[in-house]
Design a protein around this ligand. Structure first.
Ligand code: MN
Length: 501
């Protein structure tokens, strides 16, 4: 079973990395790994990270993360060397001479991506374009880039606040969706949960508390459910390789809360129990056993084996009522499907427990994705569509000074005003969108230039604004502006209609 990638050891040495590789790579010949380490170490010698640590700790950690994924050697070697041509005197030509064209071309791809900056919508689209090109050329570049980003997020503390925010926001809004599109569930979850506290610190704390609250006491129930299930599977002669539970990741829980308007009883997968079985027929047999044991919830049985998700994800999902009304989601899949779900496109370069590469699986969808993107990138208008498709739920609007404010779809000038500053919101009396006076309930579109008209004598928000504000920031400011009761916390806001089941 794939082991969790985090936490990383506090100190990672070249020996640790080689030890990790030996767990899955049978060949004794790891000379190239040692050489790559030595080249990187001497090239980065004297350089330090913002934390003060020697620079080499970074490429070592990136390579270690990838080795934990049991990934093919050239990718690990490229990871060790990934910052060398950009930041040191050693050139790409020298790397190519020592490590061959394949490793050099991956590093070229990473260097091309360069040190991207998140600076408003123009650069944002430019970043996306660069990433699609890199991905279309060689998806391994993105795999290294994700590991690189995970380590950067882990060491974000050392950066200045503004840079910290930018890196986290970019990871959340660009890297995570791409990892998701590539079917790399593990990386998507890591990128999101590592960025979440830096981008939305308050929401992070609250969501974490809420999840813990909802989960408290469920461990015993889950344990008895699992025992009952194991018994029944064995009695029915159904083989299984592993059964485990996983907590919903925080950012994905947060997104669900927003979607379900805080009605936690409509979120069934805060804990999901996974059954990993040898083959597809066992999946359906296990589903039958589950439904014989416990009553399934209507409309919650999903056959992603017969109809995989667009990113290639396969599993059977069902939600059942277990003992004393506890509602539990089950995900049933084969080991191959499980590895695909965790690693996505990276599974193609992954070694199994026996130290062999997995049988070459169909990664047609990934190639197709890359091909479509390459075609789409030809025209700028198509690029807009791509952006819309990727970030369907966000819009970008401008202040009269040209600053980009990003808001959820259907946001109104009231949301915009509170995003500028709570005082701007509280003193807002009207708005001009693209130089036209319009109502405060106007739905904003990407590209709109929004100007807020304020009056210092205004005494606070209008209760009607609660009906037109879509963002939590705006709604919570409006609420506290309306009545400054200490009970008007955020939990109440996101749980407006909480009912008992
Ligand atoms: Mn790096």
């Amino acid at each position: 079973m794939p082991a969790p990638l985090l936490p990383l050891p506090a100190v990672i040495t070249a020996e640790d990395l080689v030890g990790k590789i030996k767990q899955y790579f049978r060949s004794k010949d790891l000379d190239l790994v040692w050489l790559a380490y030595e080249v990187a170490e001497s090239a980065h010698r004297g350089q330090t990270r913002k934390s003060g640590e020697p620079y080499i700790t970074h490429p070592l950690a990136v390579a270690y993360i990838l080795a934990s994924l049991r990934i093919d050697l050239p990718i690990v070697i490229a990871a060790l060397l990934h910052d060398v041509p950009e930041d040191t005197a050693v050139t790409l030509e020298e790397i190519e001479k020592n490590f061959g064209a394949d490793v050099a071309s991956m590093i070229r791809g990473i260097t091309k991506l360069g040190k991207l900056k998140y600076r408003g919508v123009e650069r944002y689209i430019e970043n996306l374009r660069k990433m699609f090109v890199a991905m279309a050329e060689d998806v391994r570049v993105m795999i290294i880039k994700f590991a690189d980003r995970v380590h950067n997020l882990l060491t974000l503390e050392a950066l200045e606040e503004e840079k910290r925010y930018r890196v986290a926001l970019e990871s959340l809004e660009i890297f995570a969706p791409i990892a998701n599109r590539l079917g790399m569930g593990e990386f998507k979850g890591l990128l999101e949960d590592l960025s979440f506290p830096w981008v939305y610190p308050k929401e992070y704390e609250r969501v974490k508390r809420l999840r813990d609250e909802l989960l408290s006491g469920s461990e015993a129930v889950i344990e008895s459910v699992l025992n009952r299930l194991r018994e029944e599977l064995t009695a029915s002669g159904i083989r299984y390789l592993d059964i485990h539970g996983r907590k919903k990741q925080l950012y994905s829980f947060y997104q669900k809360l927003l979607k379900k308007e805080g009605e936690t009883e409509k979120i069934y997968d805060i804990i999901a129990l996974r059954i990993i079985v040898p083959d597809v027929s066992d999946c359906y047999a296990a589903l039958g056993v589950l439904h014989k044991l416990w009553r399934p919830l209507k409309g919650r049985i999903k056959d992603y084996i017969a109809q995989p998700k667009p990113n290639g994800y396969q599993s059977l999902h069902t939600t059942v009522f277990c003992a004393n009304g506890q509602v539990v989601e089950f995900q049933i899949r084969t080991l191959a499907m499980h590895q695909e779900a965790e690693y996505g496109v990276a599974a193609h370069w992954h070694y199994d427990e026996g130290g062999r590469r997995l049988p070459s699986r169909d990664i047609g969808w990934a190639k197709e994705l890359a091909r479509i993107q390459q075609e789409v990138l030809v025209s700028a208008s198509a690029l807009e569509e791509l952006k819309v498709d990727f970030f369907r739920s966000r819009i970008f609007v401008f202040t009269p000074a040209g600053d980009v404010i990003d808001l959820p779809e259907d946001a109104t000038p009231v949301d915009f005003a509170y995003h500028i500053h709570s005082e701007v919101g509280n003193t807002c009396t009207g708005t001009r969108v693209n130089d036209q006076l319009v109502g405060l309930d106007t739905l904003l579109k990407s590209g709109d230039v929004v100007e807020i008209i304020t009056d210092k004598n205004r005494r606070g928000p209008s209760p009607d604004w609660l009906k037109i504000a879509k963002t939590h920031v705006a709604r919570s400011h409006i609420k506290s502006g309306l009545k400054r009761s200490p009970l008007d916390g955020w939990i109440k806001l996101i749980l407006p209609k909480r009912k008992r089941v």
